[in-house]
Write a protein that binds this ligand. Structure first.
Ligand code: FES
Length: 157
């Protein structure tokens, strides 16, 4: 299957969505395409590809502009809007609790808030990168920013 550059990711016969040539994505580091009405970010970091909904579960910030760092030994993307940390593999929100009983107060170890961001699976075939959308029907917080209503809000901003 040939993947042309474009806004919408073409769909292969097996339902996977093509994001482009592996080497092109490595060079670009980040690619966003529309997949079945979702804006999905594929990013390349230190030899691995990751895919997740591009808008942050907190308030819809553009994760395509986020830095990648480790927190608590887990690789995360840091939302550029309010600095929420989201694990790249699972979409979990990470936080550091502060025990008010401890004086002076200081952040404790990193913990998970649970899955907040929808992540998708990435596969490679014949030099092309494909995304298979997360099949879970359970709502995930980031889903609310994948609507036409929210896109219309972004255009006005
Ligand atoms: Fe991402 Fe607020 S929108 S941290």
């Amino acid at each position: 299957m040939f993947c042309a550059d474009g806004q919408e990711a073409p769909t292969a016969d097996d339902g996977r969505h093509c994001f482009g040539k592996r080497e092109d994505i490595i060079q670009a580091k980040r690619v966003v395409k529309l997949v079945n009405g979702r804006d999905v970010l594929v990013l390349y970091h230190e030899g691995e590809f990751y895919a997740l909904d591009v808008r942050c579960y907190h308030s819809g910030g553009n994760l395509g502009l986020g830095d990648i760092e480790e927190f608590g030994g887990r690789l995360c993307i840091v939302c550029p809007w309010h600095k929420y940390k989201i694990t790249l593999l699972e979409g979990e929100g990470m936080y550091q609790p502060v025990d008010p009983a401890v004086k002076p107060p200081r952040p404790g170890p990193w913990r998970s808030k649970g899955v907040k961001q929808r992540v998708h699976s990435v596969t490679e075939s014949d030099g092309y990168i494909y995304v298979t959308l997360n099949p879970s029907t359970e709502p995930i917080e980031s889903d609310c920013y994948q609507t036409d209503k929210f896109r219309a809000t972004l255009v006005k901003m």
